[in-house]
Design a protein around this ligand. Structure first.
Ligand SMILES: [Zn+2]
Length: 329
């Protein structure tokens, strides 16, 4: 079996995957801050997720994959600038592997999630996962193979500017997709003390508040721009929306497809691409990032061959996941 770890800012989502990609067990442990605490938390997650099997890590687990935010050197298993984890530079693969005695692979969390979503949603051909979290980034999977690009920069569509003279982005440019389509963008465009500002925004827009409708349209246009970029550059057949804003579910999908349909009314070229039909939402209960991280350790999953995926709602998966868990981010 293989372990996948989704190392987030507050918790680690860990899954133990059988060879048929069904989940044998899933646990969550709090994430410590700083490099040493991150490695210690990951080690605990590995032991906890294996505990239900009654075996030892070395006897049960063939490989471990860890998805983590920040700049990841997948080849060396290093992560840099994982700001939310207080990590500036960590040789995560070497340090975790030395503690648990199993090979460890490391991948950027959004890229890992794209691979996980591809298999969990039984996608085929080419697909992208567009993560709408604090920031915006995509992971691209072509024929079952994660496409990183030589520098790991493939899919960084959040930093494509779409609004000349717009707000300054964390990357130093102005008007990036990320400044309009992220959780932090919603917080800026719709200041609110609500626990879920995006939900409050959509509620207000539904109730007829004109300013809320304008902001919702702006956010939806930026998300649609990300989808258009992915379709026009790599011609992905499916774009899966994930991350915090995707928890709006069908409400977000409707707003975004409305924009794409309006663009299609103005452009026969765009209409011919059938962009609205390419959009899917990532069900929040799916452990896409953790499952994808586990797949990073399987050569077949990253070298172009299909691995048999457990379909969504598969009984084995549902039964073993157990009680609903809160959304990954
Ligand atoms: Zn930017």
């Amino acid at each position: 079996m293989r372990i996948g770890l989704d190392i987030g800012g507050t918790k680690i989502d860990a899954v133990l995957l059988r060879d048929d990609l069904t989940i044998a067990s899933r646990v969550r442990v709090p994430t410590g801050k700083g490099p040493r605490a991150v490695v210690a938390s990951a080690e605990r997650a590995v032991h906890d997720v294996v505990a239900s099997t009654g075996g030892s890590v070395a006897s049960v687990v063939a490989s471990i994959g860890a998805g983590i935010p920040g700049m990841v050197d997948a080849e060396r298993g290093r992560v840099r600038h994982a700001v939310n984890l207080d990590v500036t530079d960590l040789a995560l693969a070497d340090e975790l592997s030395a503690r648990v005695g199993v090979p460890v692979h490391v991948e950027n969390d959004v890229k890992a999630a794209s691979l996980g979503a591809y298999h969990l949603l039984s996608l085929t051909g080419s697909a992208a996962l567009l993560n709408l979290g604090t920031g915006v980034a995509a992971g691209i999977v072509l024929d079952g193979r994660l496409w990183r690009g030589p520098g790991g920069g493939a899919g960084e569509v959040g930093h494509i500017p779409i609004e000349p003279g717009g707000a300054i982005c964390g990357c130093g440019q102005r008007g990036c997709i990320e400044t309009l389509a992220s959780g932090s963008a919603v917080a800026r465009l719709w200041p609110s003390h609500a626990e879920h500002p995006a939900v409050e925004l959509f509620d207000a827009a539904d109730a007829g508040d004109e300013r809320a409708r304008t902001v919702r349209r702006t956010v939806a246009q930026a998300v649609a721009s990300g989808i258009r970029v992915l379709a026009l550059t790599v011609d992905v057949e499916t774009v899966v929306l994930a991350g915090g804003l995707s928890h709006l579910g069908d409400r977000l999908r409707r707003s975004v497809t409305e924009v794409l349909e309006d663009w299609g009314d103005e452009s026969a070229f765009l209409a011919s691409l059938s962009l609205p039909s390419r959009v899917r939402m990532l069900p929040p209960e799916l452990a896409a990032a953790a499952v994808g991280a586990a797949l990073v350790g399987i050569p077949d999953a990253t070298e172009g061959r299909q691995v048999r995926a457990a379909p969504v709602g598969d009984d084995a998966t549902r039964a073993s996941v157990g009680a609903p868990v809160d959304a990954p981010r």
